[in-house]
Ligand binder design. Structure first.
Ligand code: NAI
Ligand code: MG
Length: 363
């Protein structure tokens, strides 16, 4: 009897089910290759869960997630559910999962592929050899801060959100960033808005304090507006970027343009006990059902899962190499297709199959 690897799959909405299907195929392939049996349990989440159970995240789904060493998530959301109250919207499922599983560290690698250099709107000389890891704090900051409310005023309305961070929250994400940097180029850039915000002043001070435990890693600080500019001016200067929840959200979408498409970027959300893997893109309702979504972000997320949760580092490298080779072969989904002379425009499943073929040439 072969050993088993078990994961929970939450396909979600829009293109979520299309891209997770391909990613699960990839995981199946590497598991077989390495002598494991893959067992998946699949649950609806977000809009799909609202349609079925009236709630974006059910207790049953949450319980299954807590029993699993790793979760693969597609994406949630869509116009159909936009007029639900805030805590019943698809996005509430994601924030709920992150909070319930205490997934405080979001790792978002931004790496350019030579063969995709022309897919980016940025100039070739700017983006060649970019290899950044954005470490985003995921369970604090303005997305979770209290109080938050909208109130009536005499002339209209007033809305309040709160950005709050504790030393403990900052210290534990800084820890992940420094640890990550020791396996890379040993440079951490902490991004904040310390010239204006108290929460950022505490951020900067705490990161500085944490840095003392990693004398071999260099640390510098950057204000977020400058950071946004530097990311497109000279992204090669960054190794590890550590930042809060909202700044990380915005900067990583911006950084996706370095690689050319949101459809290329994976992520891992890690806590002390649980881990969730998902592409950084959303449910892309504009292309859902057309079989043109790029599955590579989700496939690369499965590689991160193999590395961080499933104890299959070789499989992680194999998947990453298979993605690279598939791109070198010229396979392109619509979002990264630009050159009819050298590239083939393929569907979501054709892209998935091409990666599988590189992992298992016998197929
Ligand atoms: P989005 O990421 O879904 O799409 C932005 C643009 O990128 C669209 O033009 C889309 O077609 C394209 N795109 C995204 N992923 C792609 C892929 N794999 N292949 C090819 N093209 C791709 O962001 P948008 O449009 O702002 O949001 C749509 C819905 O997704 C909303 O309901 C939003 O709340 C939700 N969302 C969910 C997230 C999640 O589940 N983690 C993250 C971001 C948004
Ligand atoms: Mg985002």
């Amino acid at each position: 009897m072969s050993k088993t690897k078990e994961i929970v799959v939450l396909p979600g909405d829009g293109i979520g089910p299309e891209v997770t299907k391909e990613a699960v195929n990839i995981l199946q392939t590497v598991c077989e290759r390495h002598g494991y049996k893959l067992k998946t349990r699949t649950f609806p989440i977000g809009g799909a869960s609202i349609d079925r159970y009236g709630r974006p995240l059910t207790d049953e789904t949450l319980k299954a997630c807590k029993e699993s060493p790793a979760i693969l998530l597609g994406a949630v959301g869509g116009v159909k559910w936009n007029d639900q109250p805030k805590d019943k919207r698809p996005e509430a499922a994601l924030l709920g999962l992150r909070k319930e599983l205490d997934l405080f560290a979001n790792l978002r690698p931004i790496k350019t592929y030579d063969s995709l250099i022309h897919a980016s709107p940025l100039k070739e000389e700017i983006i060649t050899d970019v290899d950044i890891m954005i470490v985003r704090e995921l369970t604090g900051g303005i997305y979770f801060g209290r109080p938050r409310y909208i109130e009536k005023t005499e002339t209209g309305e007033r809305a309040v959100d709160t950005k709050a961070y504790t030393t403990e929250e900052i210290d534990r994400i800084a820890h992940i960033a420094f640890e990550t940097a020791t396996l890379r180029d040993r440079r951490v850039t902490s991004v904040d808005k310390a010239n204006v915000l108290d929460s950022s002043r505490l951020w900067r001070q705490t990161v500085k304090e944490s840095a003392k435990q990693w004398p071999e890693v260099s640390l510098d600080h950057m204000l977020v507006d400058n950071g946004a500019m530097q990311l497109v001016r000279n992204p090669g200067q960054f190794d590890v970027i550590v930042t809060g929840n909202m700044f990380g959200d915005i900067l990583s979408d911006e950084a996706s343009m370095i690689t050319g498409s949101l459809g290329m970027l994976p992520s891992a959300s890690l806590g002390e006990e649980y881990a969730m893997y998902e592409p950084i893109h959303g449910s892309a309702p504009d292309i859902a059902g057309q079989h043109i979504a790029n599955p590579l972000a989700t496939i690369a997320s499965v590689a991160m899962m193999c590395r961080h949760s499933l104890d299959m580092p070789d499989a992680a490298r194999e998947i990453e190499l298979a993605i690279k080779t598939t791109l070198e072969d010229g396979f392109r989904t619509a979002d990264i297709y630009s050159d009819p002379a050298n590239e083939y425009e393929v569907s979501t499943s054709e892209m998935g199959s091409a990666v599988v073929k590189h992992l298992n040439p016998n197929l």
